[in-house]
Design a protein around this ligand. Structure first.
Ligand code: SF4
Length: 290
C-alpha cells in the first residue's frame, strides 16, 4: 500500500480498509495538532489510489476509510470516482467514512452530500475541539460555533451519520470551565450521532507545546480533565440519541454511554471517581497515546 507519512483514522475505523487519498490536511493550522506538520496538502494521483484499492480488495472488508485529514474538501467527481471504484471492487463494503472539517462540509450543498451518501459515504468525522469561540480563535481551528452548527445541520439533513470529537484540556486551566460548558451546550445543539472526547496531548512539534513550555498554557490535572468531562456531559442536552465515548487512547477514563438515556448513570459514575480522587482508577500515563 502506498502510505505516506502518518496515516491516522478514528478508533471506530480500526478494522476498515484504509485508503490514503490525500496527504496531509488542507487546514494544517491547529496549534495542538502535530500530525501533518511540514506536510504539504496534496491529492494522490488516481492511478495510485486505485492500485491501493485493488490491493486492499484481496481481503474482505465491510467498511472503508479515506485518509488523510480532509478528504471531503476534494471535488465531487473525485470523491465519487473513488467511492464508486471501492464499491465496484468490494461488494461487501457497507460504509465509507472520511474526516471532514467544517469548511469542507459547508462547501458542499445538502444535495451534494446526499449524492455522496447514495454513492456510499456513510459517516463524516468532524473535529469540533471546543464550543468556546475564544478558544477556537486561539487554537486557530478555522471555524466558529455558528458555522459548526450550520455544517452539522447539513450533514444530518443529508442522512450521513455525523461523528464529532472534542478535546479535554484545550482551554487550559484558565478556560477549563468555559470550555466544558460551551462544548457540552454546542454538542447538545448539534446532536451528532456519535460524540467522542479525546484529551490534549502536548506534542513537541506544535505551537501549543511551545506555549506550554513558555508558561503561557497550563493543562488541567487528571481530575481537572475529568471534571471537564462531567461538565460536558451535564450540559449536553441532545435532541436525538447520541453514542458518547471517551475510550480514545489519550483519555484517563474510558466511558461509553447512549445519551440522553444513560446521562444520569454516567454523571453518577464521574461523581464517584471525582470524589474518590484515586489515581488507580485512571489509565496509567505510559498507556496513553494518540
Ligand atoms: S486537527 Fe484536523 S483540521 Fe486541525 S490541523 Fe490537525 S488534521 Fe488539520
Amino acid at each position: 500500500m502506498d502510505y505516506v507519512g502518518h496515516v491516522i483514522r478514528p478508533p471506530s475505523e480500526a478494522y476498515s480498509m484504509i485508503i490514503q487519498v490525500t496527504v496531509g490536511c488542507s487546514h494544517n493550522m491547529c496549534t495542538f495538532c502535530g500530525t501533518y506538520k511540514g506536510q504539504k496538502f496534496r491529492i494522490k494521483d488516481m492511478a495510485t489510489i486505485k492500485r491501493d484499492i485493488d490491493e486492499a480488495s484481496r481481503y474482505r472488508f465491510e467498511r472503508a476509510f479515506l485518509a488523510d485529514g480532509d478528504v471531503l474538501i476534494l471535488p465531487m467527481e473525485t470523491i465519487l470516482e473513488i467511492v464508486g471504484y471501492i464499491k465496484k471492487k468490494n461488494r461487501h463494503i457497507e460504509r465509507i467514512g472520511v474526516y471532514a472539517n467544517t469548511k469542507a462540509i459547508l462547501k458542499k450543498s445538502v444535495a451534494e452530500l446526499r449524492r455522496l451518501r447514495e454513492a456510499g459515504i456513510g459517516i463524516l468525522y468532524q473535529g469540533i475541539e471546543t464550543g468556546n469561540k475564544e478558544i477556537l480563535r486561539k487554537i486557530k481551528k478555522g471555524a466558529f460555533p455558528h458555522r459548526m452548527k450550520e455544517a452539522a445541520a447539513k450533514v444530518k439533513e443529508s442522512g450521513i451519520l455525523l461523528s464529532q470529537t472534542v478535546l479535554l484540556g484545550i482551554g487550559g486551566v484558565e478556560m477549563s470551565r468555559a470550555h466544558a460548558e460551551d462544548t457540552g451546550r454546542l454538542l447538545g445543539e448539534m446532536s451528532p450521532d456519535y460524540a467522542s472526547a479525546l484529551t490534549v496531548m502536548l506534542l513537541p512539534n506544535t505551537e501549543l507545546y511551545r506555549d506550554f513550555q513558555a508558561g503561557r498554557f497550563r493543562l488541567p490535572d487528571k481530575f481537572g480533565l475529568l471534571e471537564e468531562l462531567r461538565i460536558i456531559v451535564e450540559n449536553m442536552d441532545v435532541k436525538s440519541k447520541c453514542l458518547f465515548t471517551s475510550n480514545h487512547a489519550s483519555n484517563y477514563l474510558p466511558l461509553r454511554a447512549v445519551l440522553p438515556d444513560q446521562k444520569e448513570e454516567i454523571l453518577e459514575l464521574l461523581d464517584r471517581v471525582l470524589k474518590m480522587r484515586d489515581e488507580r482508577l485512571l489509565k496509567p500515563e505510559h498507556m496513553r497515546a494518540l
